[in-house]
Design a protein around this ligand. Structure first.
Ligand code: SAM
Length: 294
């Protein structure tokens, strides 16, 4: 008999996922073994599930959830905390994480290695603490945009701004076999992207950089980019609009994700002021992915 593993979960509306994801996954002193989020109730709500190694401090988790709820101006969702006996959690975690098909991309965990259908572009991304195993609508929308762009143009200088686990940087490296800058404000995301690049044998192409926006010389050195993909929330996307436009090559493309449908007009207007116009718009649930071009 091994120690039980603790499974914490909350059910939240889609727009609150990033905040509660962070509340659970970044709890100080707790070791996260696996983390996933998936639709419940036909997509009206999402369940965020995190598996922790023991011991787990319930009061601390409840406090973090209460603070997250307060920051979203909503009632705190109930924390469901259960011990999973023996190693049932492994089966449980794998079941929750089936491969994701997005256009030609097939994103899978190590447990599904070797299952990629012929003709797909397989990427192995283990579920972990950094955001993005392709399942979330915002990443999914970007992967579809990249799949389309890959059919019409070979980009030479792409940037994945806010790379999380590196899914989009890896996808661009896989498509075009060109150097891809992958930046994130979170050192852990940068480390995970580096590991994922190695695991997928794409490390010669992917250059992970720790940076807030364009605040690192490596970001300016790589400019101008002919493709900038940024799956961040609406507010940072708006804040970054002038810098994104300034680092974009003439005729370049931008893929924006992480904004909600109701934020569409406002975000687009700010990018229009920067000379970037809508080419395509994809909506999954409440989330939008915008493809813009100069
Ligand atoms: C929603 S996740 C997207 C991850 C990945 N690109 C994907 O699509 O799966 C957003 C990421 O942006 C990062 N981020 C947020 N603000 C940022 C900023 N100002 N500069 C760079 N990265 C940022 C976060 O740390 C997080 O890893």
């Amino acid at each position: 008999m091994t120690d039980p593993v603790w499974q914490a979960s909350v059910v939240v509306p889609p727009q609150a996922i990033p905040v509660f994801d962070e509340a659970l996954n970044d709890a100080p002193g707790l070791e996260v073994l696996a983390s996933s989020s998936f639709e419940v109730q036909d997509g009206t709500f999402w369940k965020i599930e995190v598996l922790f190694a023991p011991p787990v401090d319930r009061t601390m988790l409840e406090t973090r959830i209460a603070l997250a709820a307060a920051s979203m101006d909503m009632a705190a969702p109930r924390l469901n905390l259960v011990a999973l006996p023996d190693r049932d959690w492994v089966t449980h975690a794998l079941r929750a994480l089936p491969p994701v098909h997005a256009g030609r991309f097939y994103i899978h965990g190590a447990h599904d290695r070797g299952t990629a259908p012929a003709g797909t572009l397989a990427l192995e991304i283990e579920a972990g603490r950094a955001f993005g195993n392709g399942k979330h609508e915002t990443t999914y929308g970007c992967l579809l945009a990249l799949d389309r762009l890959g059919k019409v143009r070979k980009f030479q200088k792409p940037l994945d701004l806010g790379c999380g686990a590196g899914a989009l940087a890896l996808a661009m490296a896989k498509l075009w076999r060109v150097p891809v800058v992958a930046s994130d404000i979170d050192p852990w995301a940068v480390a995970v992207t580096r590991d994922n690049s190695r695991c997928n044998h794409l490390h010669p192409w992917v250059k992970p950089v720790l940076a807030d926006g364009f605040g690192h010389p490596a970001l300016s050195a790589g400019a101008p980019y002919d493709l900038i993909v940024a799956n961040i929330l609406a507010r940072p996307l708006q804040h970054l609009a002038p810098a994104i436009a300034a680092h974009l090559a003439p005729g370049g493309h931008v893929v924006l994700s992480g904004l909600l449908a109701k934020q569409d007009a406002q975000v687009r207007a700010i990018y229009r002021d920067q000379g970037l116009f809508l080419v395509r718009r994809r909506q999954f649930g409440d989330w939008l992915t915008l493809e813009l071009a100069a």
